[in-house]
Design a protein around this ligand. Structure first.
Ligand code: HEC
Length: 160
């Protein structure tokens, strides 16, 4: 009798351990999906075809969302605030530094650019404090990544 109880206990303990382990795995997976720290698309190892497809999607999103209404995507003669366009040029900005209204100089990495698009009031580019960029927090992660890769492609064009 005691032996049977013993083995039942061991079995339960194993089940418990298994349940805890499974719970842990699920928790890690959920955290991975919901975590706000997104991967850096500029370091992702896309194949050429995949990259080209994403850049093309980014250009389409840029057009659909009317970003060009306020932002230049071709080299402008001057980086000074334009009289026609309400926002700063987006040519060659990826990887550089942004001068902000509050005096900070921050790297234009993927985190900064994500915030610039999803929550533009978080960091305001120097000289543009009087303009407000619309809220684009409805963009999906995939479309946002596509836009970031598209913006970087604008840089590649000016470097050639
Ligand atoms: C109504 C005008 C307007 C539209 C439309 C607009 N923006 Fe902007 N954008 C601005 C202004 C003004 C700033 C500068 C102020 C700031 O930083 O919020 C800015 C800043 C930015 C910056 C930071 C630039 C830098 O020099 O660091 C990025 C990136 C950007 N916009 C991307 C986009 C994208 C992508 C879209 C479309 C999904 C878009 N914007 C649509 C007005 C606009």
């Amino acid at each position: 009798m005691p032996g049977r109880i013993q083995s039942a206990l061991t079995r339960h303990r194993r089940l418990l351990a298994l349940a805890i382990l499974a719970g842990g795995v699920v928790a890690v997976l959920v955290w991975g999906v919901l975590s706000p720290s997104h991967a850096d698309p500029f370091k992702a190892g896309y194949t050429d075809a995949e990259l080209a497809r994403r850049i093309e999607r980014g250009a389409a999103v840029f057009a659909e969302q009317n970003c060009a209404e306020c932002h230049a995507t071709a080299t402008a003669p001057s980086a000074e605030p334009s009289a026609v366009l309400k926002g700063p040029t987006l040519v060659g900005i990826v990887g550089g530094r942004a001068m902000l209204e509050d005096g900070r100089v921050v790297p234009r990495d993927h985190r900064y650019l994500r915030r610039a698009i999803l929550d533009s009031r978080a960091e305001v580019v120097e000289g543009y404090g009087f303009q407000v960029m619309p809220d684009y927090s409805h963009l999906s992660e995939e479309d946002l990544v596509a836009v970031l890769l598209y913006l970087r492609s604008l840089e590649a064009e000016t470097n050639e």
